[in-house]
Design a binder for this molecule. Structure first.
Ligand SMILES: O=C[C@H](O)[C@H](O)[C@H](O)COP(=O)(O)O
Length: 270
């Protein structure tokens, strides 16, 4: 059950207060129903950072929600409320952000096991399976978040779906650029029964291929129907030689923190 914002129970209160930049609880006499999506993302992010303790090795996620968590970790380090944190960034962009905040950084080669990672997601299904990578960072995210003892996903409630692909948005697949049209065709044919459309992700006015931090392309898969057996779909995609990784994160999240208009909910994997 979601805990409504104005009447926080125990540890729900600090995240909300901090995220609302010090608004005292007494000023929140009516439910803040007009929270923006950005505020919801920030609330989920601040709540997740409560799980970060001094001395931890932390996976730093990518995207507009994870950005709030990285900012908060930087702030707590600056205030001396966290110490001896080592961050492992999941993208070049997050690396830059963390450097600008003075967060000490390292990598998976030096730290093969992380205590915790905090990251956003594009979709979360009822089993806490995820779609990630609409920002293009899925490969490094999967490497780093797959090496964590705890993986906390932070979302606003618009990301909750009945089945992956169910929001009508894409399931991304990162591929080696060589003969990408052939890979796109193979992906489309593989999911023909689910009404799959496979599109190369492009960017800019010239619609140039979007290039990931790893120098790869992304094929976005759009599904008309439920994909069905996700593990079988994952295995089949990964068997295509040019595929580096896909954006379905199956059975990886240990906790999902959802901020919605009625409150914040912390869902732990059963
Ligand atoms: O590649 C991008 C990442 O997977 C993001 O974590 C994901 O797209 C969610 O991003 P946002 O928090 O901006 O919705």
């Amino acid at each position: 059950m979601a805990i409504p914002y104005p009447r926080f129970v125990g540890s729900e209160q600090p995240a909300m207060e901090a995220a609302r930049m010090g608004t005292p609880p007494s000023a929140q006499s009516t439910p803040p129903v007009n929270l923006t999506q950005e505020e919801l993302k920030k609330i989920a992010a601040y709540k997740a950072v409560e799980y970060v303790k001094s001395g931890m090795i932390i996976g730093l996620g990518t995207g507009s929600t994870a950005k709030h968590a990285v900012d908060r970790i930087g702030e707590l380090l600056r205030l001396g409320e966290l110490r001896d944190i080592v961050g492992i960034p999941t993208s070049k962009k997050t690396h830059e952000q963390a450097v600008s905040l003075g967060i000490p950084l390292s990598d998976l080669d030096s730290h093969p096991v992380l205590h915790l990672a905090i990251d956003g997601a594009d979709e979360v299904d009822p089993r806490l399976n995820l779609v990630k990578g609409r920002g293009g960072s899925l490969l490094r995210e999967k490497m780093i978040e797959g090496a964590c003892e705890k993986f906390i996903v932070i979302i606003d409630d618009s990301k909750l779906v009945k089945f992956l692909g169910g929001s009508g948005l894409a399931v991304p697949v990162e591929i080696v650029p060589f003969c990408w049209k052939n890979t796109a065709l193979r992906l489309r044919e593989m999911f023909r029964d689910s009404g799959c459309v496979a599109k190369l992700r492009t960017c800019g006015e010239e619609a140039e291929p979007f290039v990931t931090d790893n120098g790869n392309y992304i094929i976005d898969l759009y599904f008309e129907k439920d994909i069905g057996d996700l593990q079988a779909a994952s295995d089949a995609i990964l068997r295509i030689p040019c595929v580096a990784e896909h954006g379905m994160f199956l059975d990886m999240a240990t906790t999902v923190i959802v901020a919605g208009k009625k409150g914040v909910e912390v869902i732990h994997k059963k």
